[in-house]
Design a protein around this ligand. Structure first.
Ligand code: GLU
Length: 515
C-alpha cells in the first residue's frame, strides 16, 4: 500500500501572499484532495528580520476566501504541530548538532564583520562572488580548521557560532522532479549554507527539511524559485538518513508582456491586482485584492489553476471539484505561464453569467440595501439581474450600468441627446407618454404591443422613437429591452420619468447646441 499523500503549503510571513503563492497553495490542495490526502499549512517564520505583522492572518484569510482550506496546520490544528516554526524553535538545535556529530556539518565562529571583510578582500582581488565552501573553509574559523582545544575554549567562553553544511566537493546531486524530470547539480556550485543561526533559530533550509520529515510530507510542491535550494535539501535528507519526499517545482508566473516574473512589487502598478485580498501596509498604503475588485473567488481560482497546468483539452471552466478530479502534476508545464488580466475578467464574466438571477439578487441586495433592509425586494432585484447579467463582468457593472433601476436619473447621456433628440422628439414622446398611461396591466407584452401600434399608426421607424424613449426612462443610450425595463420599473416610475424628463432634456439640448 502506498503512503498517504501529505503535502504542505509553507509560506513565510514576510508580507501578503501574492497570486503565485495562492497558485502554489491551490496545486497542493488539488493534489492532496485528488489523492485523498492531507493539505497542511505551515508558517515558516524563522527569518526574524523579514517578519511582517499581520501576514499570517492575511494568508489564512486568503486561503479561506479562495475556498482552499488546509485540513491541518496553523489555525487548523493536527497532531504534528505546532505548525508555526517559531513555536518549534527548540527542536531544531539537536538536529543541527546531529549533523555536526556525524561530520555533515560544522560550527563556524567567524563574526559577521570577519565575513564581510573576507568578501571585500575577495572582491578587490577580482572575485566578486566569494563563498564559504569546500575551498575557502580551511582558511576560516570553524570546527574543521581550528584545533579541538581551540574549539572547546571558544565553546566554554560562550562564543557565538553558526552551524554550516559541510558541502562535499565535486559530487553530482541527482534528483527527479515530478515536473522537470531529472535534475543534476554539482556540489562545486553550492556553498556551505548556514543551517543554524547564532540567534538560536534554524535557517529556512534546516527547519524546512526537519519539519517536512517530522510532518510526514510525501510531496514538496513549491515555486520554481526554490529549485536552486533543492540539491541542498536532497543532501540534508541523505545526511539525516531520511526518505526524500518527491519534488515538484512549479513554473513562474510571468507578467502579461512576458517580460519577467510577476512580482509582489508589481502591486497595482500594471493595472490589475496581484494579491487575493486587500493588503494594507504598516504605512497605511493599500494594495488591492481580487476580492475587493469584485472577482468571484471561484473565477480567480479557475484562472489560477490554468496558469501553469492544462487539462489536455480545450475545457476552461472548472469548479473546484472538477479541478480536483482532473488535476495532475504531469500536466503542469516547465516554462513560465503568462498572466492575462483580460482572460481573468473573462472568467469572472463566465461565472457571473452562470449564476441564477436569484443568486445575483442575493449578492446585490446587501450592497444596495446597506441602510434599509427592504428598499429593494428580492423579486425586483431578480428581474434586474436577469436583464443586466449578459452585459456585466462584475456585480458592480449591474449597479453602474443599471443605476436607473436603483436611483432617479441624475445624468442624461449627452451623445444620445446630441444625436437622437430631434426637433420632433418632444412631441413624439408626449404622445407615447399618453399611450403608455393607458397600458393596463403594465407588462412587457402589453407595453410592446402599444408601442408597436403607435409606430405603425404613424409610420415611424424604431430609430425615431426608441432612443428618446430610452433616454427618458434610463438616461442612457444603450441597455436591455425597453419593454422589459419599463415593466420592471413599473408604470408610475416610467410615467413620472417621461413626464418630468422631456423638459429637462429639451433644456440640456439647447445648452449643448449653444456650446
Ligand atoms: N518558506 C518558503 C516560502 O516562503 C517555502 C518554500 C518551500 O515550500 O519549501 O516560499
Amino acid at each position: 500500500m502506498s503512503k498517504r499523500v501529505r503535502v504542505r503549503f509553507a509560506p513565510s510571513p514576510t508580507g501578503p501572499l501574492h497570486m503565485g503563492g495562492v497558485r502554489t497553495a491551490l496545486y497542493n490542495y488539488l493534489y492532496a484532495k485528488k489523492h485523498g490526502g492531507d493539505f497542511i499549512l505551515r508558517i515558516e517564520d524563522t527569518d526574524e528580520k523579514r517578519f511582517v505583522a499581520g501576514a499570517q492572518d492575511y494568508i489564512i484569510e486568503s486561503l479561506k476566501w479562495c475556498g482552499i482550506e488546509p485540513n491541518e496546520g496553523a489555525d487548523y490544528g493536527g497532531d504534528k504541530g505546532p505548525y508555526i516554526q517559531s513555536q518549534r524553535k527548540d527542536l531544531y538545535k539537536p538536529y543541527a548538532m546531529q549533523l555536526v556529530e556525524n561530520g555533515k556539518a560544522y560550527m563556524a565562529f567567524d563574526t559577521p564583520e570577519e565575513l564581510s571583510k573576507m568578501r571585500e578582500q575577495a572582491k578587490q582581488m577580482g572575485l566578486p562572488n566569494w563563498q564559504y565552501n569546500a575551498v575557502t573553509r580551511s582558511s576560516m574559523k570553524n570546527s574543521l580548521s581550528l584545533s579541538k582545544q581551540e574549539v572547546e575554549k571558544r565553546l566554554a567562553n560562550n562564543e557565538p557560532y553558526t552551524i554550516r553544511m559541510k558541502m562535499p566537493r565535486n559530487v553530482d546531486v541527482k534528483f527527479e522532479d515530478e515536473i522537470r524530470g531529472w535534475v543534476t547539480v554539482n556540489t562545486n556550485n553550492l556553498d556551505d549554507k548556514v543551517l543554524f543561526k547564532e540567534s538560536g533559530m534554524p535557517t529556512y533550509h534546516l527547519a524546512n527539511i526537519v519539519d517536512d520529515h517530522l510532518m510526514g510530507i510525501t510531496h514538496v510542491i513549491r515555486g520554481e524559485e526554490w529549485l536552486p535550494s533543492a540539491p541542498l535539501h536532497v543532501l540534508l535528507y541523505e545526511a539525516f538518513g531520511w526518505d526524500t519526499p518527491k519534488f515538484a517545482h512549479l513554473p513562474l508566473i510571468l507578467r502579461p508582456d512576458g517580460k519577467g516574473k510577476l512580482s509582489k512589487r508589481d502591486g497595482d502598478r500594471l493595472g490589475f491586482p496581484v494579491f487575493p485580498i486587500n493588503w494594507q501596509t504598516a504605512e497605511g498604503e493599500i494594495y488591492s485584492g481580487y476580492r475587493e475588485n469584485g472577482y468571484f473567488s471561484e473565477a480567480f481560482i479557475n484562472m489560477l489553476a490554468l496558469l501553469g497546468w492544462n487539462p489536455g483539452d480545450n475545457k476552461e471552466l472548472f469548479t473546484l471539484d472538477e479541478l480536483v478530479e482532473t488535476f495532475s502534476l504531469e500536466r503542469v508545464g516547465k516554462s513560465g505561464a503568462r498572466f492575462d488580466p483580460d482572460k481573468t475578467k473573462w472568467f469572472n464574466q463566465q461565472y457571473l453569467r452562470a449564476k441564477s438571477n436569484e443568486e445575483l439578487a442575493d449578492l446585490l441586495m446587501p450592497i444596495l440595501n446597506k441602510e434599509s433592509s427592504d428598499a429593494f425586494s428580492k423579486d425586483y432585484l431578480t428581474k434586474v439581474a436577469g436583464l443586466m447579467k449578459e452585459r456585466a463582468t462584475f456585480i458592480q457593472d449591474i449597479l453602474t450600468d443599471g443605476d436607473y433601476f436603483f436611483n432617479n436619473i441624475k445624468n442624461y447621456d449627452q451623445k444620445t441627446i446630441k444625436k437622437k433628440w430631434k426637433e420632433d422628439t418632444p412631441q413624439i414622446m408626449s404622445e407615447l407618454l399618453e399611450i403608455l398611461k393607458t397600458v393596463e396591466p403594465f407588462t412587457t407584452q402589453n407595453i410592446e404591443t402599444a408601442f408597436s401600434a403607435y409606430l405603425n399608426k404613424n409610420e415611424y421607424g424604431f430609430g425615431k422613437v426608441g432612443p428618446g424613449f430610452r433616454l427618458l426612462v434610463t438616461g442612457k443610450g444603450m441597455g436591455p429591452s425597453m419593454f422589459d425595463i419599463c415593466a420592471t420599473l413599473g408604470k408610475n416610475k416610467v410615467i413620472q420619468r417621461m413626464d418630468e424628463g422631456i423638459d429637462k432634456i429639451n433644456a440640456l439640448k439647447s445648452e449643448l447646441s449653444q456650446s
